[in-house]
Design a binder for this molecule. Structure first.
Ligand SMILES: Cc1cc2nc3c(=O)[nH]c(=O)nc-3n(C[C@H](O)[C@H](O)[C@H](O)COP(=O)(O)OP(=O)(O)OC[C@H]3O[C@@H](n4cnc5c(N)ncnc54)[C@H](O)[C@@H]3O)c2cc1C
Length: 472
């Protein structure tokens, strides 16, 4: 389990179970966590470990031979993968196309003697079904709609029971000390690990599948109907009709497939006949009779997939400004030397010390909670571009702050989200502007005109004083 850290609704796990049964071999599930990944922090570690503790409990209940490893000073990772795979007949892993995972998988395949298969369980439609990345959401939407019904039928198994897995655990012991800490010991355990980044966990965010399923239920019960209308109005997470599931999708505590299935179940009388095949490409009407559900599914499928597909043909740690379309690059080269009205250093940005109250609020939300309201995230990115010395510096600052603080960072959508601010997947906008040229411009003034922003500012202020009762 590298990217998709769960036993239910997991195509990689299904395939491993299938092959273990077919070849009558022991099934060993390895879930590991090193301490030296880029932008490592207590915040990210704790989120992952909360998920691992739940997986360990579930593995015990299902009698899965689950090898759970967390690197510490006393339990170093060097040479470990080779050691644990010494007797393996084959290895199944997740085909996640971004950050450290493509390199990790490549190195694993080079080091071990057995075959390594990586399974694409990233979304609904396997990315190999698309010939190339899409240049705009409207293009990918049509491709997805045409393929959706066929792919959606290939579900991963929603839940295992002990009987499904009987005979697969031969109780081989791991060649390392397994991670045995329980939730009450987690904070003390984390103190033993040296992190390069001082980023504390947010006390209202907990990793793991149970929380992901609770968030999904709450979203479907209380929020989804307002999704299309109100999600863009800046406010606290509680008061915004969004799911908050991106970190759980990122670490694989829940799958896109499960969320889609739950949305369908939530729409009254939904049957596959509601899928409007005649209108492929129409985001308002395609999946269901409910426009709110369709809007949400479009974000979850089209907008999430467009990022993954961008990485898919050439999996890599990151994509940068070189991946922008030609019209955007032309704008950047024409406006590269434009005068910047304000200039800030990384320290100013990070501390939320700009002249712009709204920008500072968004940055504070990110630093203190590990999330940022989606509309504010777009404005946040645009302003860093406008007030940085160069486009390259702006990209680096956005990548660094997003990955250091956001629970859902280090994901294909981190890069395509940041590059969207530079014009990726967008069209030219007029009039031509300073620094941006024809790339879409956003400002705090227009945000103030469009939305009531006082609730957002009050909410962020309350985060700085967690003891006050107003928003708790
Ligand atoms: C500058 C910038 C940086 C971003 N960085 C990240 C990132 O690091 N990780 C990340 O997952 N997303 C990122 N996004 C996209 C988007 O902001 C988040 O996916 C969304 O806000 C997550 O909140 P949610 O789970 O409540 O979304 P919901 O609105 O509940 O949507 C459900 C799911 O759909 C997907 N989704 C929704 N909106 C978008 C979108 N605009 N683009 C892509 N997928 C979307 C996500 O997987 C999300 O969890 C970024 C956007 C921008 C502009």
């Amino acid at each position: 389990m590298q990217a998709y850290r769960r036993f239910s609704s997991n195509h990689s796990f299904d395939y491993a179970v299938h092959l273990a049964k077919k070849f009558k071999k022991e099934l060993i599930v390895y879930e590991g966590l090193r301490k030296d990944y880029p932008w490592n922090s207590k915040r990210i570690h704790k989120f992952i470990l909360e998920g691992m503790i739940e997986n360990r409990e579930e593995a015990e209940a299902l009698d899965i031979n689950y090898w759970c490893y967390v690197e510490t000073e006393d339990n170093p990772a060097r040479g470990l993968l080779k050691k644990i795979s010494e007797k393996a007949v084959l290895i199944i892993t997740d085909d996640f196309p971004c950050f450290i995972i493509p390199e990790q998988t490549r190195k694993l395949a080079e080091k071990v003697k057995c075959p390594v298969f990586s399974v694409d369980g990233n979304s609904i439609i396997p990315f190999s079904q698309f010939e190339k990345p899409a240049s705009a959401a409207r293009i990918l939407r049509t491709w997805i709609h045409k393929r959706f019904s066929d792919s959606f039928l290939h579900f991963a198994k929603p839940k295992y029971n002990k009987k499904d897995l009987s005979g697969l655990n031969h109780r081989t012991k791991p060649p390392f000390s397994p991670f045995m800490i329980d939730p009450s010991g987690l904070d003390a355990f984390l103190k033993q690990i040296h992190f390069e980044n001082e980023v504390p966990p947010y006390n209202k965010t907990k990793g793991g599948r149970k929380t992901a399923l609770t968030l999904l239920r709450k979203f479907l019960n209380d929020k989804i109907n307002d999704y299309a209308e109100s999600r863009s109005s800046p406010n606290s997470f509680e008061a915004t009709p969004v799911s908050g599931l991106s970190p759980y999708l990122h670490f694989g505590h829940i799958s896109a497939e499960e969320i889609v299935t739950a949305v369908f179940k939530n729409v009254s009388d939904w049957t596959p006949e509601q899928i409007s095949h005649k209108k492929a490409g129409d985001r308002e009407t395609f999946y269901t009779n409910s426009s709110a559900a369709n809007h949400f599914l479009d974000e979850l499928i089209t907008w999430r997939d467009i990022g993954y597909l961008f990485f898919w043909q050439k999996p890599s740690f990151r994509i940068g400004l070189e991946s922008l379309p030609d019209w955007t690059k032309k704008n950047l080269s024409l406006h590269r030397k434009d005068t910047r009205e304000y200039l800030y250093s990384l320290e100013d940005w990070e501390a939320g010390k700009t002249h712009d109250e709204l920008w500072n609020a968004a940055q504070t939300e990110l630093v203190l909670t590990g999330r940022m309201h989606n509309y504010m995230r777009m404005l946040w990115g645009k302003k860093v571009i406008e007030w940085s010395k160069s486009y390259e510096e702006a990209f680096q600052i956005l990548e660094h702050l997003n990955h250091k603080y956001a629970y859902d960072g280090r994901n294909p959508n981190s890069y395509t989200g940041i590059l969207w601010c530079f014009g990726l997947f967008d069209r030219p906008w007029f009039p031509e502007r300073n620094v941006f040229g024809n790339i879409r411009y956003m400002s705090s003034d227009s945000t103030r005109k469009k939305f009531k922003i006082k609730p957002y500012l009050d909410y962020v202020e309350s985060l700085k004083h967690p003891d006050s009762s107003l928003f708790s």
